[in-house]
Write a protein that binds this ligand. Structure first.
Ligand code: SF4
Ligand code: SF4
Length: 435
């Protein structure tokens, strides 16, 4: 578990126990993408933990150097996978970042720009309108954010930020039917989270998710009021805003939990956060129990299909496919084999492994906008690893990775399809059914 708790007397104090678990062994260094790129201790998990611990012990101030060390972190949690001591780095990062935002140490214009960006991404109506505007603006700026906006977000005078727009970006809010019935014998009833970014930018993946669940005997409930889970705000340091969104989502699902076997999520970042609701609300007497119950029912779509014994499709997809592990699925939820299993079961698919499949692509929430230089270097490294495989299709199970890789591949002139594993499965089922 990585999430820091709410409603504690001093939530920041919760990280003290967590930082003392670090034995400074350095096993995490090679797993850390920012350390590998920079070679700097302050850009490594061990270094960042040491800075936070030293600040808490009063031996150093929380100054701009500490803030930059934390800003440069992807929050990918590859260090947690590598750590033999069980350090909950994600929780340390979240609470240290919440101190940055709560203390007002970041320049006001930057905080304002970050809040605006997060507010837009997590409000489907606003996001759809902004994508339309961005697409128009992109024609005049070559897909770049105007200089003043890039500088506000990054604080850098030199910043040149490309808009992370997927080639398939929708410009309208795509809601799901509130109830879709299982095909054939009903085996389970599940909820599906349509989400905020997913509902606008990847509505087709949401629809494919519902169809695949129906095909596998699931009645699907998709409450229209279920929006943002709070992940983007929580990961970026806007703790209270994240909690408010999480509470709204819990309020929507709580009355339905008894009728649902699981809540299915197709976005790795959201799934990772919802699974941590129990710990997040552990000190909140009103939300504690329902948060815990909701977390216990959360499942990634890949994981769920394998868990219920999905039916392998008969329809074909003749292609070489490589799978990119989204950080919050591999490191945050420990789901690695299930998506690969689904892909391999599609007749015609040749699944190949890329080097560093579980290394962050640089997307990382809004990192690709706030830290564009490191994000671009990670993207280039990922695209090089993809090239080496000769794959025609890259499958990934997180909207941030999908948008960032689609944009990167397009800019690099690579003829690649980048999609969610469930889309390929859906296509194979539909081919089988002749639809
Ligand atoms: S691997 Fe774990 S214990 Fe070792 S330095 Fe990294 S965070 Fe600390
Ligand atoms: S979360 Fe990722 S970038 Fe941050 S310290 Fe851990 S491995 Fe490095």
């Amino acid at each position: 578990m990585s999430t820091a708790t709410s409603n504690a007397a001093d939530p920041i104090a919760a990280i003290d126990d967590k930082t003392t678990k670090c034995i400074r062994c350095g096993f995490c260094l090679d797993a850390c993408p920012t350390f590998r790129l920079t070679g700097m201790e302050t850009r490594s998990p061990r270094g960042r933990i040491y800075l936070v611990k030293s600040w808490r012990q009063g031996t150093i101030p929380f100054d701009s150097d500490v803030m930059e060390a934390l800003d440069s972190c992807l929050g990918c949690r590859a260090c947690e996978t590598a750590c033999p001591s069980g350090v909950e780095y994600g929780a340390i990062l979240e609470m240290a970042r919440s101190h940055i935002e709560a203390s007002g140490m970041r320049p006001a214009a930057q905080t304002f720009a970050r809040k605006q960006l997060l507010g837009t991404l997590t409000a489907p109506g606003k996001l759809a309108a902004s994508l339309k505007a961005a697409s128009l603006m992109g024609r005049f700026t070559g897909g770049k954010l105007p200089g003043f906006a890039a500088r506000m977000l990054t604080g850098s005078q030199q910043a040149s930020v490309t808009l992370p727009l997927p080639s398939s970006a929708g410009t309208s809010v795509q809601n799901l039917p509130e109830r879709s019935l299982a095909q054939g014998r009903r085996r389970r009833t599940v909820g599906v989270l349509a989400g905020c970014v997913m509902r606008v930018m990847f509505g087709d993946i949401n629809s494919a998710t519902v169809r695949v669940l129906q095909t596998n005997g699931c009645d699907v409930i998709a409450p229209a009021a279920a929006g943002c889970c709070g992940a983007l705000h929580l990961h970026t340091g806007f703790h209270d805003d994240g909690l408010a969104r999480a509470r709204q989502l819990i309020d929507v699902f709580a009355p339905l939990l008894d009728s649902m076997d699981a809540i299915i999520i197709n976005s790795a970042g959201c799934g990772s956060t919802i699974r941590e609701y129990g710990e997040l609300f552990a000190n909140d007497p009103v939300y504690r129990d329902k948060a815990k119950r909701m977390a216990a029912k959360a499942r990634d779509i890949n994981e769920w299909l394998v868990e219920i014994g999905y039916t392998a499709p008969a329809g074909k997809c003749k292609a070489v496919v490589a799978y990119h592990d989204a950080c919050h699925l591999a490191h945050g939820q420990k789901v690695r084999q299930q998506p690969r299993e689904l892909l391999k079961s599609i007749p015609g698919v040749t699944l190949v492994e890329m080097e560093e499949a579980d290394t962050c692509c640089g997307s990382a929430g809004i990192y690709n906008i706030t830290e564009p230089d490191l994000a671009k270097r990670l993207l280039e490294r990922k695209l090089n690893n993809i090239r080496e495989t000769g794959a025609e299709i890259i499958a990934a199970a997180n909207p941030g990775c999908l948008a960032w890789l689609q944009q990167g591949a397009k800019e690099a002139g690579m003829n690649l399809r980048i999609c969610h594993p469930v889309e390929l499965l859906d296509e194979a089922y539909r081919q089988e059914k002749g639809r």
